[in-house]
Design a protein. Structure first.
Length: 397
């Protein structure tokens, strides 16, 4: 019985040894006979990127600057005569027309001055008429020797003096009528009234600095903005060609407020900033432009025909300047140097380096190098694309 147990144990030992030897032999054979066994022979995976086609079309060349809205006309309405303010004929914030009555001042004092001037004129006209009659009588007598030359000269002088007096009276009457007209205050131009600064019943006079109200013209309206002085030749060329047009945008530079035209370029450059001021006019039909507000100005000076553009994210900066990754037919990328133009609205104008309908990488450049195999994924799967930001985030512990 004991010998039977020993035999069974020996058989187990022999089987285990054979298995171990076989495993050793297989590993040794695989290692020595096939040195490449166990290594991957698959090609490197393509890097996911997003891409866009190079587009060609007409591109406006736009200069941008910050400006302030300024009315073409604004005036503080003051009285030109002293007196009691009888009535105010406008409503605050009301649109008024040129010549419309804004206020009235007690006219009685000035009506009396007109009456005095008219009376003085009538008196002196009567005196002049009498002097002319005397002269007409004396002239024939002097011709026949019945009147002295001295008498004739005296009457001529009285007529001349009377004529001068009448002319002086007429001027005084015109002045009195002008003063009387000033008791009715009218609008000097079309505009919108502001907040009333004085109430009826108060004594007003020309020396008051606040005036009655401020009148501001809103339609049309102007914007004064600044550009680098280096752009003066380009702007002047656009003005001469009739291509200069101006768009006003809100402070966020997103919403277009109005479209207008360039009026002028200032005749001096600000030497402290190297900029020049320009003035543009806008019709402002919806009153979206308000005096004193800051706006962004887009001045179009030309339209580039058949221009090449790519998305802004496609252009990278390297040691040798700007470049893009171009996707070839074999889905491998090549780095290509480009010359940039203006960039706006998410697009970059490419002056040199690309051709229409080529494909450039717009995201995922962080993992690319010359000849890298890429897989262009649609925009709705852009989360698969790894950029520098997500790569850095992925390495955080």
């Amino acid at each position: 019985m004991l010998s039977k147990h020993f035999k069974m144990a020996g058989a187990v030992v022999l089987i285990a040894g054979a298995v171990g030897a076989g495993g050793y032999f297989w590993r040794g054979h695989a290692t020595t006979g096939h040195p490449s066994a166990g290594l991957s022979n698959t090609a490197p995976a393509a890097v996911p990127v997003t891409a866009a086609s190079v587009t060609q079309g007409d591109v406006p060349i736009v200069l941008e600057g910050l400006g302030a809205v300024s009315p073409l006309n604004t005036a503080t309405i003051r009285t030109q005569v002293q007196g009691t303010l009888e009535s105010v004929e406008f409503v605050e914030g009301q649109e008024v027309k040129r010549g419309q009555v804004l206020a009235r001042i007690d006219p009685r004092v000035y009506e009396a001055q007109v009456d005095q001037a008219e009376a003085a004129l009538a008196r002196d006209q009567a005196i002049l008429k009498n002097s002319k009659t005397d002269l007409a009588r004396t002239q024939p007598l002097a011709n026949r020797g019945f009147a002295t030359q001295q008498l004739l000269d005296t009457q001529n002088s009285q007529v001349a003096q009377g004529q001068g007096t009448v002319e002086l009276d007429q001027a005084a009457l015109e002045a009195a009528k002008t003063q009387l007209s000033f008791t009715t205050v009218t609008a000097p131009f079309d505009g919108v009234t502001g907040i009333r600064r004085i109430d009826p019943g108060n004594i007003v006079q020309p020396s008051e600095t606040n005036g009655l109200v401020v009148l501001t013209q809103l339609q049309p309206i102007a914007v004064i903005f600044s550009l680098p002085s280096t752009e003066i030749p380009n702007v002047q060329k656009a003005i001469a060609a009739g291509e200069a047009s101006v768009d006003a945008y809100d402070a966020s530079n997103r919403r277009k407020l109005d479209h207008g035209g360039l009026m002028l370029v200032d005749n001096q450059v600000d030497s402290s900033t190297g900029t020049v001021r320009l003035k543009a006019s806008f019709p402002n039909p919806e009153r979206t432009l308000w005096p004193g507000a800051f706006v962004n100005i887009h001045l179009t000076i030309a339209v580039r025909k058949n221009a090449i553009t790519v998305p802004l994210t496609a252009v990278q900066q390297g040691p040798n300047g700007a470049f893009v990754y171009v996707v070839g037919p074999d889905h491998k990328v090549a780095a290509r140097q480009v010359v940039e133009g203006q960039s706006r609205a998410g697009k970059v104008l490419i002056e040199q380096g690309l051709s229409p309908n080529e494909t450039v990488v717009t995201a995922g450049q962080y993992r690319l190098s010359e000849g890298t195999l890429v897989q262009v994924v649609p925009d709705n799967q852009s989360s698969l694309v790894q950029n520098a930001t997500t790569a850095s985030a992925g390495m955080l512990p």
